[in-house]
Design a protein around this ligand. Structure first.
Ligand code: AMP
Length: 176
């Protein structure tokens, strides 16, 4: 399925470090029709219109913004630390080596808002789970997440499902 889109995604071996197959969506974005079809298919799979989309910095902003326009909803930015000018709420999460932090404006999400989480790719799920936690701590209802690419061997989609989040990804790259 979606082999037309798979053909537009470039794989760069050993980036950013040896052993990683980097799935590069910049080549998909360069293709006007491919980008448009990606958003149409993400929109079709999205289910009922959410109140907001939450895009994860930085490639989640690209797909999240386009999907928000397509679905007719607003967009909340989940950003790296110290990027947002207003009062923020944030969450630290573990990476393979070290840790990271994402933040959002504390007043961005009304309690009870139904939020669809969006990123380009889910690998271990650490980033997406941190986003879910941050949004839920603010009172949002987060029961769906959408990605262009899933790396199923890294288990992130399973971790999201275990947290009661339905996962939609257009493409799976097994063996990564
Ligand atoms: P994770 O938290 O492990 O699910 O990693 C997801 C984040 O890292 C996403 O924002 C992806 O853009 C990026 N990422 C992880 N692995 C890859 C990969 N193999 N190719 C491209 N991006 C990746």
């Amino acid at each position: 399925m979606h082999d037309d889109l798979r053909a537009l995604i470039r794989t760069i071996p050993d980036y950013p470090k040896p052993g990683i197959q980097f799935r590069d969506i910049t080549t998909l974005l360069l293709d006007e029709a491919g980008f448009a079809v990606t958003i149409q298919r993400m929109a079709s799979a999205a289910g009922p219109r959410p109140d907001l989309i939450a895009g994860i910095e930085a490639r989640g902003f690209v797909f999240g913004a386009a999907l928000a326009q397509s679905l007719g909803c607003g967009l909340v930015l989940l950003r790296k630390r110290n990027k947002l000018p207003g009062r923020v709420t944030g969450i630290n999460y573990a990476l393979e080596y070290g840790h990271d932090r994402i933040e959002m404006h504390a007043d961005a999400v009304p309690p009870g808002a139904r939020v669809l989480l969006v990123d380009d790719l889910i690998a271990t799920g650490g980033t997406a789970l941190a986003g879910v936690q941050l949004l839920r701590d603010a009172g949002a209802v987060v029961d769906r997440a959408a990605f262009v690419i899933d790396l199923p061997d890294l288990g992130g989609a399973g971790r999201l499902r275990a947290a009661n989040v339905q996962v939609n990804a257009l493409l799976a790259y097994a063996g990564d």
